[in-house]
Structure formats: C-alpha cells, structure tokens
Design a protein around this ligand. Structure first.
Ligand SMILES: O=C(O)c1cc(=O)[nH]c(=O)n1[C@@H]1O[C@H](COP(=O)(O)O)[C@@H](O)[C@H]1O
Length: 234
C-alpha cells in the first residue's frame, strides 16, 4: 500500500511486540513506518515482514557506513526485503554511494536510496570537535550535493536545511527530516529541530517523527494533532 502522507513514524522500540502494538494502531494509508538500529538488531528481518504484512511501506534506517562493497551488499540485502527506503552515510564518500546505487541498478531493485548528511543531534560545536569547521548548514549542503552527484535520490537532513537544499538540489530531491518537534513535545537529544508545519513549508518532503508520538501519553491523540496541523488524513 502506498500513501501520499509525508509522515514516517519511527518505531524505536526494544521488541517486535512493542513495535507491532504501535503499528496496529497506525493506518498504512496515512503514514509510513521506520525501522531503526535497535528494533532491527533485536528482531531482524521478521519485523519487516510483519510490517509489510500489515500493508506498511518501510524505511529501513540502518545508516550504512563501510567500504563500498560491504555497503553495496547491505543495501542489496535491504532492497531484496522489499523495503521502500534505505539509507547510508554520505560521509562514506562518493565511491561508497556509487557502489550502492550501481548494485541496486544491476539487480533491478527500486528501493529509494538516500544519504544521511549531518545528524540532527549535532550542532556546530560537535562538528568542530571532529575537525569540521563549516557550519552544519554548509556541511549538509556539501554532503547533499555529493550525494546527488553519486546517484542518491535524496538525503536525511534537518528541516532547518531543507530550504537551502531545495535551492541547490531541486524540489524532486528527497529531503527526509527527523528532529521534528510539535509544540507539545520535549526536544530530547535533538539539536536542529523544527515544528511539523514549518518543516513542510521549509521544503521537507518527508517528516520522521518518533518520540513525540511513540512516547506520548496518548500516541494516537499526538499523531492526530500533528495530522490536523498538517491538514492530512488521520
Ligand atoms: O536517519 C534517521 O532517520 C535519523 C537521522 C538524523 O539525523 N536524526 C534522527 O533523529 N534520525 C532518526 O529519526 C528518529 C527521530 O526520532 P525522535 O527524535 O524520537 O522523533 C530516530 O529514529 C533517529 O534514529
């Protein structure tokens, strides 16, 4: 089942049961779901099968970053499970991204392949500590252009950079933005955040939302509030 909704709910749970309990309250016509490192490490590919069985398009967020052949093989493995989207780190460089893209093409696999730029949990001081003197926005732009030249269909960035990327990479280049924080939720460990409506207005194509929904007292009420703000179906 496919959806027009920009919402991707991050199922960051410690067990298959907990993740499916949440998924069973969601409607695959109105959102996609994301499986990340914790859930996949605990439950393996069975969580992907279970979510596909419920009609969801799945973003497998394992942020691959390794030598080109290893990443290409991992991306192939993800795509062969039929996931809608998979990501890798743009910081792995051009040859790594090109190898992944070419592997998908060789096997006629059509999973969306996107690259993480600068994690939304980082700010300028964190970059300086690892030797990057550019601002987060400048570094995101540099990595996004490299990702685009390397055949990626889009990037993960913060919504704060989405407008800039719309100008330099174009509207069709996907801007998948986590660090989304509605007015009613805590910042948690995120640094470069934005509210849902503002994030869409800034040029995000997809919004990744986890704890503001999954850790809310009433997750469905929180999701409905976000959908109402965005004027999309619940
Ligand atoms: O690739 C991601 O999805 C990702 C990249 C990034 O820069 N920041 C980021 O928060 N994420 C993921 O997006 C989700 C955000 O969750 P919340 O902060 O709970 O809304 C988590 O699953 C993160 O792993």
């Amino acid at each position: 089942m496919t959806t027009e909704s920009p919402l991707i709910i991050a199922l960051d749970y410690p067990s298959l049961d907990a993740a499916l309990c949440m998924a069973d309250q969601l409607d695959p016509r109105h959102c996609r779901v994301k499986v990340g490192k914790e859930l996949f490490t605990r439950s393996g590919p069975s969580v992907i099968e279970a979510l596909h069985g419920r009609g969801f398009e799945v973003f497998l967020d394992l942020k691959f970053h390794d030598i080109p052949n290893t990443v290409a093989s991992a991306v192939q493995a993800a795509a062969e499970q039929g996931v809608w989207m998979v990501n890798l780190h743009a910081g792995g460089g051009r040859r790594m991204m090109e190898a992944a893209r070419e592997r998908l093409a060789q096997h006629d696999l059509h999973t969306h392949l996107i690259a993480v730029t600068v994690l939304t949990s980082l700010h300028a001081e964190d970059l300086r500590e690892v030797g990057i003197t550019a601002s987060p926005a400048e570094h995101v732009e540099r990595l996004a252009l490299l990702a685009q030249q390397s055949g990626m269909q889009g990037v993960v960035c913060s919504a704060q950079e989405a407008g800039r990327l719309k100008n330099v990479c174009g509207e069709d280049f996907l801007k998948v933005t986590p660090g989304i924080r509605p007015s009613f939720s805590a910042t948690d460990d995120q640094q470069r955040i934005m509210m849902p409506k503002q994030a869409m207005a800034a040029g995000s194509t997809h919004l990744v939302i986890g704890r503001p929904v999954t850790q809310a007292k009433d997750p469905m009420e929180a999701l409905a509030a976000i959908q109402a703000e965005l004027s999309v179906s619940s």
